[in-house]
Design a protein around this ligand. Sequence first.
Ligand code: C2E
Ligand code: MG
Ligand code: MG
Length: 454
Amino acid sequence: MQRPDTFKAIPLIVRFDDGAIGLAPVGPLVEHLSRRYQTMALTDDLTGLGNRRRLMEQPAPGRRAAAWVIDLNRFKEINDTLGHLRGDELLRHVAAALTAACAPATAFRVGGDEFVVLTPDRDVWPGADPAGAGFRLLHAIQGPFAVAGVPITVEASAGVAVMDDGDCADLADLVARADAAMYAAKRDRTQVEVWHAALATGNPDLGLDTALRAAIGNRELVLHYQPLVDAQTRQTASVEALVRWSHPQRGLLPPGIFLPQAERSDVIHLLTAAVLDDAVRQAATWHRAGRNVPVAVNLAAPVLASDRFVVTIGELLAETGLPPEALIVEVTESAVMTRPAESADRLRSLREIGVRVAIDDFGIGNTSLGLLTQLPLDELKLDRSFVTRIHRPPDRVIVESVARMANGLGLTLVAEGVEDERTAQTLAELGFDLLQGYHFGRPSASTLLFAALE
Ligand code: C2E
Ligand code: MG
Ligand code: MG
């Protein structure tokens, strides 16, 4: 460290470990702070476990080492239903149970609901092979844990890899293998999988891709519809079509489970065509019955990258006779940003025939505000994360300015994720036009909604 030309000392008063108060000696202070920062950088705040960085800083594993990757099933759902604070509470319970069960091995939290257990000796628990140990760990964290007085049972999937299996190179490789095995366990609902070479060569999305194609052919995709209500009158103004996979063995699967993979392959085009077909026909049926409820359909980024959806929509409107104004397409900022100019052109051609365009999940992407004025838009849907936090003053300021901007641009302003009356009223006062959320109705089958619209 170079000595500066002019040197100013800033006297800092600190409390020493023995309770005495005095001037901070520079050397020990720097040491203390760098130790603190290091602990902070390597520890997960929520659970106190080591984080991914600390895991990756562990000494090189010996030949007997093993790693388990454990990922909670449906944690997002738990979080969404009980709220983030409760979700955090559950994670702390799981972390404590895992730490107790895996000793003398070490547990780390490496992601939202993902944990790793690392041991230098694969036979660390007498009588349990690595797969058996995986089941023991899952059993240890299954609870039930009391979260806000409600007993919650935890389901999870585990993958395990061992160093002495073939050509495992280092710690990163070991954890990556356990991770691949965990994905296989999650996908095949086997709870625990041990890494094997086929997992490395096989494309894990391949199976799902084929299955999803077949499912579309078998008409296993179903649409649920969620109402958007007028903020003042509370009447249903439109509905959003949300896709689900009615899987013969696994039950009703939410889009989060299969859409990301679908978007990485061509199957997303097939899926979108099926969804558009269903939604437009449903809207036309409602329309003929005198219920003029517009239907919104979500379009993913790869869909916007091709002309296909424009053609499909044109054909469907012509065939069913649904007025174009009764169809809304929802696109996210990031989907548009992938190819802004082309996407804008395609959306513009839809809008010219009367179809409406909504920007979805607004606020979490990074659209330049300039782009917003260039996009052919009718509706702006503010992301749920802002709506949930609207009662905190800084977030309210953001929402207010979004409301002013939408107003200035002449856009219909929608709030997503409205879960209570207080939020609904605040949003109405701020000038929101439409509200969507569990407070007004969960996504439900068309037949149920039909009754609700009577
Ligand atoms: P999105 O378009 O933002 O849809 C809203 C999501 O928020 C839906 O989740 C809905 O069930 C949920 N939601 C609605 N109100 C509330 C509330 O008050 N609280 C909470 N916590 N959640 C609420 P879902 O059905 O799981 O869909 C997730 C995402 O999947 C959708 O987000 C959309 O981006 C995508 N998606 C759904 N269907 C399709 C589709 O047919 N095609 C494409 N490309 N994407 C779709
Ligand atoms: Mg949407
Ligand atoms: Mg949304």
